[in-house]
Design a protein around this ligand. Structure first.
Ligand SMILES: [Fe+2]
Ligand SMILES: [Fe+2]
Length: 214
C-alpha cells in the first residue's frame, strides 16, 4: 500500500535528484539570478534606512547644541554593516566577473573533451559517469590549481562576512538593543532577512559548486 510518507519520500528524492542535475553553468546562473541581485537590493534598502537614521540622530538645533546624538553602539553596528556591504559587493563582482567565468570555461573544456571522446578521439583516457553525464577522469584530478586558489579566497571571504554578522548580533544583543525604536527594529528585521538569505546563498555555493572536482 502506498502511504503518504512514501509519496513524501519519493518527492524529496525527486527534488534531490533534480538538484544534482544542475550543470555548472546552470548552477551559476541560478546562484547569480536568485541571490546576488536580490541581496544587493536588500543591502541598499538597509543602508538607506541607516543613512536616514544617522541623519536624524546627528542633527543640531540652535547655534551650539545638538538635539540628538547617535548612540555609540548603534554607530558600531552600522559600521559593521557598512563594512559587510562593501566587502560583499566586491565579492559578488569577483564571483561574477572572474571566478564563475573560470568555472564555466573549465566545465566547457571538460564537456568538450567528453564530446570529442564520444566521437572517437581521446579514447585512451578513462571515462566515468557522474550525475548521468560522461566526464573524462583526467579532467578531474585537481587539474586547475589557480581555480582552487580562487575558490579558497572566496571561502575565506564568506568567513569574513560571517564574522561581521556575528559581530552585529553580539553588538545588538541579538537584535534587541534599543529595539523599541521602530526605525531600529525595522533595520534589525531587514538585516535578519538579508542574513538568512546570505546563509542559504553561501551554503549553496560551498556545498553544490565549490565542492565539485575542480
Ligand atoms: Fe555568490
Ligand atoms: Fe560567494
Amino acid at each position: 500500500m502506498i502511504t503518504q510518507e512514501m509519496i513524501a519520500q519519493l518527492k524529496d528524492k525527486m527534488e534531490n535528484d533534480t538538484k544534482k542535475e544542475f550543470t555548472v553553468p546552470e548552477l551559476i546562473d541560478e546562484i547569480v539570478s536568485r541571490y546576488h541581485a536580490k541581496e544587493l537590493t536588500m543591502i541598499r534598502e538597509i543602508r538607506e534606512e541607516m543613512d536616514a537614521y544617522e541623519t536624524d540622530h546627528n542633527t543640531s538645533s540652535g547655534l551650539f547644541k545638538k538635539t540628538q546624538v547617535m548612540d555609540a553602539r548603534i554607530q558600531d553596528i552600522f559600521q559593521e554593516f557598512y563594512a559587510l556591504s562593501s566587502e560583499l559587493k566586491h565579492h559578488f563582482e569577483k564571483e561574477e566577473g572572474e571566478v564563475f567565468p573560470l568555472m564555466v570555461a573549465s566545465y566547457d573544456m571538460t564537456e568538450g573533451a567528453s564530446d570529442r571522446s564520444d566521437r572517437g578521439a581521446g579514447m585512451d583516457s578513462q571515462e566515468e559517469n557522474r550525475g548521468g553525464k560522461l566526464f573524462l577522469q583526467r579532467e578531474f584530478q585537481g587539474h586547475d590549481p589557480a581555480l582552487l586558489r580562487e575558490i579558497q579566497r572566496l571561502e575565506k571571504e564568506h568567513g569574513q562576512t560571517e564574522e561581521h554578522i556575528q559581530e552585529i548580533i553580539r553588538l545588538s544583543d541579538h537584535y534587541g538593543y534599543q529595539a523599541r525604536d521602530v526605525r531600529l527594529a525595522s533595520i534589525y528585521q531587514k538585516m535578519q532577512i538579508c542574513f538568512a538569505d546570505l546563509s542559504e546563498h553561501r551554503e549553496r555555493e560551498e556545498l553544490e559548486l565549490f565542492e565539485r572536482d575542480w
